[in-house]
Design a protein around this ligand. Structure first.
Ligand SMILES: Nc1ncnc2c1ncn2[C@@H]1O[C@H](COP(=O)(O)OP(=O)(O)OP(=O)(O)O)[C@@H](O)[C@H]1O
Length: 626
């Protein structure tokens, strides 16, 4: 087997699918028992979305069911009257009122159906909107580290597509099942009235179809679960072939045909799986149909037997046949409704699972607030990313006083960015604690901590908004104080903005026709301006100048120094060691551990990693000897 080019062929399925795999294997009875829970979720959502429309949909579908049921009973009445003994004209006349009821019920049913469909059509978008809003509201509060967990990220993706879509479509399924059950009750009763044994006999023709439909749905769901990893690879490969970010490199590296071949391999495998499932479903449905055919034959045989032994009068046999057919059709539509509902609830569960997982990963609100810290202490902190055996940080201890500039340096992957996120409460340590003025951040309201931090990250958010709003996003609710223009001037972003066609009002996104993009260094300047605009007492700047030209870098560090002088605590993460010489503390990290710690002079005197890296960088600027 060839090694995959994009992603990996994951053997382990995401953890969240494990419950579903059991569901996919469960029997028919388990399937039916699981339905009320799914219905409760969807009806609850519909109720929250619009009580009026939910009630209207329920009333209309039940009314449609009742009217159909009435039509069924009236039909049986017509037949009974027509097949009774006596002169034919008399029977026809006697049956006329019932015929009128039958016709009337059909017309009324059509009206109710249309009204019910309209109510559902109005309700569905509201339900979809409510489900999406609830998911977005929950996910917006989930702890940051959850996004580093591929299981969680995957469940989120699946929920936003399959989950929400199924919630919407299950509205119709529930309404249909509700109406069909009333119709079914009337049909079975009308058959049962003729002879009690006819009611269960009707089931013979339908249960095999229900079994087959549920089994086919489960086959599809099991296949969906089994191919999640591969489908993800397919969409990633498709993104690589079609995304703007990779377009230039793909052409320049002439890797397009290799990626295309990889896309073909993955989609071939998925197509093979889809064909396999389709064939298996066809086999199952065929078995169901055959058994249902045998069941129908059996039903008629029983009817014949009833006639033969004289338990059913011959004139009633015709009515019985029609009643059985009606009951069979009612059962079939109920079963189809249940099957659709079952199919939908399998995916609706993604929504509840995501909300449960999100809640379990959301810190409960705590009343304890915090002010701008005078002292930050990092006490024997360890941290591991979800699913990673190797810790990113081990036993890190630090003390940072207000207004200090602390530089975190070290090689790639040594843990600098991770430590920056722990100091600011964005991540919670796996062991040890981070305290602000003695208070453990884990016990402080996270919103209160976030209010006091600013993060200028190495890969800043590129908000698809105007340049003005890109800076204003630093503290969008600010009404007084530092202006956007001040922050832009302070960071040098004003020079970038001056060159934009509409200045501050230029839309910075190529996703919209009038928008335009910036270079990496220009985005970083906007990001620094945003950090300055935020005006927070604790500032983390993570490689803020990596993509900047020398002049821009110099200006940014100058402005950061001015900011630091204003009593701001600054955590500076950079590989440009020339910029950390004046830091109050320099912390050297290596494989997640602090290996050196002190001022520039102390570390140079130590003659360790820092001194050798500093000398190496300085020597690059020394005049070369030829
Ligand atoms: N989302 C993640 N999931 C798993 N491991 C991660 C994740 N992010 C970082 N790591 C790992 O954690 C360790 C520390 O990463 P971190 O980003 O903190 O390093 P860094 O010193 O900031 O690196 P750089 O200088 O390249 O920015 C690395 O071994 C990295 O591979």
């Amino acid at each position: 087997m060839t090694r995959p080019l994009v992603g990996i062929d994951e053997v382990d399925l995401p953890k969240w699918t494990q419950v579903d795999q059991q569901v996919a294997k469960a029997g028919l009875w388990h399937t039916i028992r699981a339905l009320p829970a799914g219905i409760r979720i969807v009806v609850g959502l519909a109720w929250r979305a619009s009580r009026r429309l939910t009630l209207l949909t329920a009333v209309l579908s039940l009314a449609a069911g009742c009217v159909t049921a009435f039509g069924v009973l009236a039909t049986a009445d017509v037949l009974t009257t027509l097949l009774a003994e006596g002169p034919t004209p008399d029977r026809v006349v006697a049956a006329l009122p019932a015929v009128g009821w039958v016709v009337g019920s059909f017309a009324f049913r059509a009206l109710l159906d249309s009204a019910g469909n309209a109510a559902q059509a109005l309700l569905r978008p509201h339900v979809e909107q409510t489900a999406q809003q609830e998911v977005h509201a929950a996910v917006a509060r989930v702890e940051l580290v959850a996004f580093e967990d591929s299981d969680y990220a995957d469940l989120l993706r699946q929920c936003m597509t399959m989950g929400v879509r199924s919630i919407e479509s299950s509205i119709s399924a529930i309404a249909n099942v509700g109406g069909s059950l009333v119709y079914l009750a009337a049909s079975v009763i009308s058959a049962g009235v003729l002879h009690p044994i006819l009611a269960p006999v009707v089931m013979l023709a339908v249960v095999p179809n229900l079994w087959a439909s549920a089994r086919a749905a489960k086959l599809a769901y099991a296949s969906y679960l089994a191919t999640i990893a591969r489908s993800r690879r397919l969409s990633v490969a498709s993104g690589l072939l079609t995304d703007r970010e990779t377009a230039a490199e793909m052409r320049a590296s002439t890797a397009g045909s290799a990626l295309l071949a990889e896309y073909g391999r993955i989609s071939d495998a998925l197509t093979r799986e889809a064909v396999r499932v389709a064939l298996a479903q066809t086999r199952v449905r065929l078995t169901g149909r055959m058994m249902a055919g045998i069941g129908t034959g059996g039903g008629y045989a029983i009817l014949g037997l009833l006639l033969y032994v004289g338990w059913l009068a011959l004139p009633l046999a015709g009515t019985a046949v029609v009643a059985m057919r009606l009951a069979t059709s009612a059962l079939t539509s109920t079963m189809m409704g249940i099957k659709n509902l079952y199919e939908d609830t399998l995916y609706v569960n993604l929504y509840t699972r995501l909300l449960d997982m999100t809640r379990s990963r959301t810190r409960p609100a705590v009343p304890r607030q915090v002010a701008a810290p005078e002292l930050i202490t990092v006490e024997a902190v360890g941290f591991s990313y979800p699913g990673q055996d190797e810790p990113a940080l081990r036993d890190v201890s630090l003390t940072i006083a207000k207004g200090q500039v602390v530089a975190l340096v070290g090689e790639n992957g040594s843990g600098k960015s991770t430590l920056g996120k722990l100091i600011t409460g964005l991540y919670q340590p796996t062991s040890g604690r981070v305290c602000w003025d003695g208070a453990d951040l884990a016990e402080i309201d996270e919103e209160a901590v976030y209010q006091r931090i600013a993060l200028v990250s190495q890969d800043p958010a590129r908000w698809p908004m105007t340049a003005y709003d890109n800076i204003r996003m630093g503290r969008i609710d600010r009404e007084h104080g530092l202006s956007v223009a001040d922050a832009a001037r302070e960071s040098g972003a004003d020079q970038v903005i001056a060159e934009l066609p509409d200045g501050y009002q230029t839309l910075l996104s190529r996703l919209f026709s009038s928008g335009r993009d910036l270079s990496g260094g220009q985005w970083q300047r906007i990001s620094v301006a945003r950090g300055i605009y935020r005006d927070a007492p604790v500032l983390v700047v993570d490689e803020p100048t990596a993509a900047m030209d020398a002049r821009a870098e110099h200006e940014v560090f100058e402005s950061l120094r001015r900011l630091g002088a204003g009593g701001r605590t600054t955590i500076l993460i950079t590989h440009r060691l020339a910029n950390v010489q004046h830091a109050d503390q320099i912390v050297v990290l290596d494989h997640g551990r602090v290996t050196e710690h002190g001022s520039h002079q102390e570390l140079m005197a130590l003659d360790g990693t820092y001194a050798s890296l500093f000398t190496l960088q300085a020597s690059a600027y020394a005049p070369a000897e030829f």
